[in-house]
Design a protein around this ligand. Sequence first.
Ligand SMILES: NC(=O)c1ccc[n+]([C@@H]2O[C@H](COP(=O)([O-])OP(=O)(O)OC[C@H]3O[C@@H](n4cnc5c(N)ncnc54)[C@H](OP(=O)(O)O)[C@@H]3O)[C@@H](O)[C@H]2O)c1
Length: 222
Amino acid sequence: MSDPKVVLVTGTSRGIGRELARLLAAKGCRVFAGQRSGTGPAGTETLVLDVSDAASVAAAAARVREAAGHLDVLVNNAGILLDEGVPMLEVDEADFRRTLEANTLGPWRVAKAFVPLMGRGGRIVNVSSSGGQLASMGGWVAPSYNTSKTALNAITLQLAAALKGRGIAVNSMCPGWVATDMGGASAPKTPAQGSDTALWLALEAPTSLTGKFLQDRREIPW
Ligand SMILES: NC(=O)c1ccc[n+]([C@@H]2O[C@H](COP(=O)([O-])OP(=O)(O)OC[C@H]3O[C@@H](n4cnc5c(N)ncnc54)[C@H](OP(=O)(O)O)[C@@H]3O)[C@@H](O)[C@H]2O)c1
């Protein structure tokens, strides 16, 4: 029997990240549940991690190195939505900065700290949003969030190019509209349904699949 895959999911205190961490653990992975506070879901190892804080990210990487020695899969799930419905010219600058810190620089910072623990066959899954698609920009308005996810998608492509030679696949995915604190109660998808594509990219998708944006396991436009 092969060793369990070592996986890090960020933002596991609630919502999609929590469900995804639980599902990965149920599939036999060794899951580090990265969260700012509280305890990870049953079957996971809680890892204190604030993706907006460089010192916290560095400490988390050191802890995983010490505990597991390597990482197979990184899921950058943590994210914030502060400006739904706010017109572009009325966005608060501090909110814009906070959003970019968490949703854009956060995944880049975490990848930078954890890629040294990853080898061939490694996978990075960036939980993005169709709200970041340039193809439909301006439809659903949350200006700093939309912009942060477009930039996250650019980071996905940059990382995919940078890591192709090292055999590490990097993709963005959109979970769809999911009933969480962020998505609200009327969203049609459950957190388990919203986790499906990330779970597939984390464990099952061909590792030749890299530099793509997916929803429901299918490629979607940037
Ligand atoms: N729900 C949807 O319909 C939907 C649609 C498209 C994309 N998404 C994306 O899916 C991901 C998860 O969303 P969700 O619906 O599960 O949201 P959620 O219920 O609001 O949960 C967000 C999670 O991210 C964590 N987080 C926020 N900032 C963080 C930071 N600086 N460091 C570490 N963790 C942090 C939160 O932790 P705390 O408890 O500490 O705040 C929480 O665990 C996000 O990237 C979101 O943009 C969601």
